[in-house]
Design a protein around this ligand. Structure first.
Ligand SMILES: Cc1cc2nc3c(=O)[nH]c(=O)nc-3n(C[C@H](O)[C@H](O)[C@H](O)COP(=O)(O)O)c2cc1C
Length: 162
């Protein structure tokens, strides 16, 4: 059995719809042998991260960055999971214990989610996580096609862990 950890901040209808679809994909009946653990970003711990074989991350774009909740998740786990700070206090590249594990990311915004995507990918890049599928960046309404893409994202990352 492998473990897929879904860490998300889903305070609104759009984010909840995306998270539900990603989770449904990850739990597709055809994917066997993957335990999907779901954690709201404010509750996820370093132990959750270390115990997982891959990751799904979801956040709204807030003020051009990831949500404060997902940022809190990284702030409170980064060093424990093997991240390192460079001399300026930034996220330096590391040989962390989770290096090489696959991740998928979905971000929802209303007008521009670029900074939010960049903020997450730079931190997980410093941890050495491997982007295993295109980032799902959604602006505006979440429609059926978007939910399908979210399902595909969840299913793809989970299938990688079988
Ligand atoms: C405080 C705040 C800051 C926001 N900043 C951004 C932003 O920088 N870029 C963007 O595209 N959307 C921004 N939004 C919109 C949110 O990303 C959006 O509300 C969220 O994804 C949920 O979507 P929904 O309200 O349609 O359910 C912001 C919303 C709030 C409340």
């Amino acid at each position: 059995m492998t473990t897929l950890l879904l860490v998300h901040h889903s305070p609104t209808r759009s984010m909840r719809a995306l998270t539900d679809a990603v989770l449904a994909g990850a739990r597709d009946d055809e994917i066997v042998g993957v335990d999907v653990v779901v954690r709201p970003a404010l509750e996820a711990t370093a132990e959750d991260v270390l115990a997982a074989d891959g990751y799904l991350l979801g956040t709204p774009a807030n003020f051009g960055y990831m949500s404060g909740a997902l940022k809190h998740f990284f702030d409170s786990t980064f060093l424990q999971v093997g991240g390192a700070l460079d001399d300026s206090g930034g996220a330096g590249s590391s040989e962390g214990r989770t290096k090489g594990r696959p991740f998928g990311l979905y971000v929802h915004g209303r007008y521009d989610a670029t900074g939010a995507v960049r903020s997450v990918t730079s931190i997980v890049g410093a941890l050495g996580w491997r982007q295993a599928f295109d980032v799902l960046e959604v602006l505006g309404e979440v429609d059926a096609a978007t939910e399908e893409s979210a399902y595909e994202l969840g299913g793809t990352i989970a299938a990688l862990l079988t």
